[in-house]
Design a protein around this ligand. Structure first.
Ligand SMILES: NC(=O)c1ccc[n+]([C@@H]2O[C@H](COP(=O)([O-])OP(=O)(O)OC[C@H]3O[C@@H](n4cnc5c(N)ncnc54)[C@H](OP(=O)(O)O)[C@@H]3O)[C@@H](O)[C@H]2O)c1
Length: 335
């Protein structure tokens, strides 16, 4: 099969390489990948930016989510069968969706929404699960609560806005003026053009902030959240609490505790809880998203579709940081 491979960190571009089709473990299915999506984690992984959290053996096939058809099942698999259309985010040590085939644990997949094409479905797993884990699992958003979603027009933002609305929340979001109509169509109640307005002075008394930016944007979020509220960041610094819960070695726990000391001080001063989220694969949570999508409570927003052979152009486009929704890689699917 053809796969997009890096052989070392800091490699400029993955190389299309011929590889054997992966072996299927007893609790795996083998899938023929129809479409995959680009996520910023692809280029961050290539650059070695996540080495403290995830260190991969090389060579590494890139790609973190997919939609596909099952072509073989392991001998302990009962919940899926050959021919099922599924989608998923493989566990972190078994990524590799920029390839024609993937062996994936059944706990990491769910049936594809029947109302989505393979290309549209491939837009969902990583960003959908991340948003669900932030808004539902960590913030436990309730109807009427107010949440700010940073970067409403991105891969995360476009799904997170819809999910927050389906949980009954009032949603403010930051984006550029050119994307205001898009985020409005997804249900955003208040739109802040981050080029001309500072959210920290425009908003107050929020129950939660979903931070996709990190840095000073994350620190400013403490100004708008009520005591008892939550900030969940997927781009800020991991803190000691995260490192402990993730079972990282003591030296990494100390390192993250030290690095995030300003956030810990802000937590103490404001009585707001800071969570760093490193999303985890979950077929059962993905099945919940399948239901929401089939009930028309959410839809993927697709910016551009690239052919598999154009993967490097797709990665370069993602690196601009201004995609509008998701970037899709067409691998086996015609739609
Ligand atoms: N920790 C985790 O588990 C996890 C999971 C998923 C993603 N992430 C991280 O989350 C971040 C967002 O991911 P993504 O998939 O949404 O990325 P993305 O699709 O590349 O985000 C692009 C969007 O960001 C917007 N944007 C750029 N600068 C902005 C700013 N200063 N304020 C508000 N919006 C801004 C752009 O809008 P304009 O064109 O209008 O500027 C664009 O629509 C990435 O850093 C990614 O690595 C982490």
């Amino acid at each position: 099969m053809q796969a997009a491979v890096i052989t070392h960190y800091h490699q400029a571009e993955p190389l299309m390489t011929s590889m054997p089709i992966p072996d299927v473990q007893p609790t795996d299915v083998l899938v023929k990948i129809m479409a995959a999506s680009i996520n910023p984690i692809d280029t961050k992984t290539m650059a070695g930016g996540l080495k403290l959290l995830l260190h991969y053996p090389m060579p590494l096939v890139l790609g973190s989510d997919f939609a596909d058809e099952i072509v073989a099942v392991g001998n302990q698999v009962t919940q899926f069968k050959i021919g099922d259309a599924v989608y998923g985010r493989p566990r972190k040590q078994r990524i590799g969706t920029f390839a024609e085939y993937l062996a994936v644990n059944v706990a990491d997949i769910a049936l594809k929404p029947t109302n989505l094409s393979y290309q549209a479905a491939a837009a969902i797993p990583l960003v959908g699960l991340t948003s669900y884990q932030a808004l539902h699992d960590l913030m436990q958003l309730r109807p009427g609560q107010k949440v700010l979603i940073q970067g409403g027009s991105g891969g995360i933002g476009t799904i997170a806005i819809q999910l927050a609305k389906s949980l009954g929340a009032q949603v403010a979001t930051t984006t550029s003026l050119k994307n205001a109509a898009l985020v409005n169509s997804l249900g955003a109640d208040q739109i802040i053009d981050y080029h001309t307005e500072n959210f920290a002075t425009a908003l107050s008394d929020y129950d939660a902030v979903f931070d996709t930016r990190g840095g000073t944007t994350l620190e400013q979020a403490f100004q708008i959240v009520k005591p008892g509220g939550h900030i969940v960041s997927i781009s800020g610094l991991p803190n000691g609490r995260f490192a402990k819960a993730a079972g990282l070695p003591l030296w990494k726990q100390s390192l993250f505790k030290l690095a995030a000391h300003r956030l810990t001080r802000l937590e103490r001063q404001t009585h707001v809880t800071y969570h760093f989220l490193f999303m985890h694969p979950s077929g059962s949570e993905l099945a919940i998203l399948t239901k929401l999508i089939e009930q028309n409570k959410g839809r993927p927003i697709i910016d551009r579709v690239f052919d598999f052979k154009e993967l490097n152009q797709a990665l370069a486009y993602s690196k601009t940081g201004h995609a509008r929704g998701k970037i899709i890689i067409k691998i086996g699917a015609t739609n």
